[in-house]
Design a protein around this ligand. Structure first.
Ligand code: FAD
Length: 387
């Protein structure tokens, strides 16, 4: 094992991969990524991976717009294939006001996020498989889409490796040595790597890695189910991701001939990230199917092909924890993305790398600093993880 590095990243999920790539591109010195299992072993692999700038905070809109531009030219910018499918994203809603929609359309307009308002009469033309009440409207995000979460992560890893980053799998970090208020090294079963800067990209294990440096991070792990279905005939024509704000459910393509569906938001179901039940219960299947069938009657005639549970790394306000944390020199975080960290990740790494290398950056990540500043605004509601 390497005995020293300028920067050690803990975790090779999407955030660790993105940061590694951008640090190498910024010429930040020697970078090592330590991953306890393998690349994209955590929640990244199960992500809905939907990308749409539908938010009420400028920071997310900016980051997702920047990431979308990267996804659109992935092979040229990063190299390889992120599995990006840009068939647009359609949100059904009963009102365009911010709390109902979970997004601020004025702010999105000011920041250049492209969208179209869809009148009730025009919804069936865009989503012919759905039934509508007549009072529902839509917001169509023409540049919305989804990617393949594993391919996205793997191509960022490959790009980082080409730039000299070393990824070490099966290398669980078990300790962080701190002396005189400064990070000295990370410890694994195979040895110690001396470093002055550690970035905690451990996602659902972010609080545990924080504890190794003596830092308390308020991250709770909650279990969330996703159901999988065969695609009925009427949904075989490519169309937008269906994001049903009334039934609080989304439905999107999941590879050739399959669909995935899940509820918006999250309910409290606290688990251990190393031993949680990855299945979906009968009651959870019935719940998702009922909501999907209400909107898409053809779903009554298609079989479920199982599903899986995954985990969100929730912070108290649903915002991530990004930047230097604690009184320790050399301990940074990029974790706690609270079920919403896929869409922005390819861009986030660039802005953290700029902060680490003391370069200017167009996106100010300070709203994600921990602890939050006194004037930080909470999210509009606690179940804000909207799809
Ligand atoms: C079901 C689901 C649907 C989602 N849908 C969307 C969506 O549509 N759009 C969106 O924007 N976001 C979505 N998200 C959220 C998004 O996928 C996550 O925010 C993002 O993938 C988190 O990536 P990460 O790299 O921070 O963490 P993780 O994926 O948790 O990766 C952390 C890595 O660190 C490693 N690790 C942990 N501890 C150690 C250690 N001690 N030593 C070494 N390695 C360690 C782990 O093995 C893991 O590989 C969804 C999430 C889920 C679960």
């Amino acid at each position: 094992m390497t005995s020293n590095a300028d920067i050690v990243i803990i975790g090779a999920g999407l955030h660790g991969a993105s940061l590694a790539y951008h640090l190498a591109k910024a010429g930040a010195g020697s970078v090592v990524v330590l991953e306890k299992k393998h690349v994209a072993a955590g929640p990244t692999a199960k992500s809905g991976a939907m990308i749409r700038p539908l938010f009420s905070d400028a920071i997310y809109i900016r980051l997702v717009l920047e990431a979308t531009a990267m996804f659109e030219q992935w092979d040229d910018v990063i190299g390889g294939d992120a599995g990006f499918v840009q068939n647009s994203f359609l949100r059904f809603t009963e009102s365009f006001d911010q709390p109902t929609l979970g997004a601020d359309l004025d702010l999105m307009t000011r920041l250049g996020a492209p969208f179209e308002l869809i009148a009730p009469a025009d919804l069936p033309g865009l989503a012919p498989s759905c039934v509508f009440s007549g009072s529902e409207s839509g917001v169509l995000l023409t540049k919305g889409g989804f990617a393949d979460a594993i391919k996205t992560t793997e191509s960022l890893v490959a790009a980082a490796k080409r730039l000299g980053v070393r990824f070490i799998e099966d290398a669980e970090v078990t300790g962080i040595d701190v002396a005189n208020g400064k990070v000295q090294a990370v410890v694994t079963a195979s040895g110690r790597i001396a470093t002055g800067l550690v970035v905690n990209c451990a996602g659902a294990w972010g609080d545990r890695v924080g504890a190794m440096a003596g830092v308390t991070l308020p991250i709770e792990i909650h279990r969330v189910p996703t159901a999988l279905y065969r695609k009925p005939e009427s949904l075989r024509v490519p169309g937008p991701i269906l994001s049903d704000g009334i039934n609080q459910i989304y439905l999107r393509d999941a590879g050739e001939g399959y669909l995935r569906a899940a509820r918006f938001g999250w309910t409290a179901d606290r688990v251990d990230p190393d031993s949680y039940d990855e299945t979906v219960s009968r009651a959870q299947h019935d719940d998702v199917r009922r909501l999907v069938e209400q909107r898409v009657p053809a779903m009554r005639r298609t079989p479920s092909v199982g599903g899986f549970s995954a985990i969100y790394d929730m912070t108290p306000d649903g915002h991530p924890i990004v930047g230097p944390v604690g009184d320790i020199d050399g301990f940074w975080c990029d974790c706690g993305w609270s079920g919403n960290g896929f869409a922005s990740a390819p861009a986030v790494g660039a802005h953290i790398a700029a902060a680490i290398t003391c370069k200017t950056s167009e996106v100010d990540l300070s709203p994600f600093a921990w602890p939050r500043s006194a004037d930080a605004t909470p999210r509009p509601d606690v179940s804000w993880v909207r799809r």
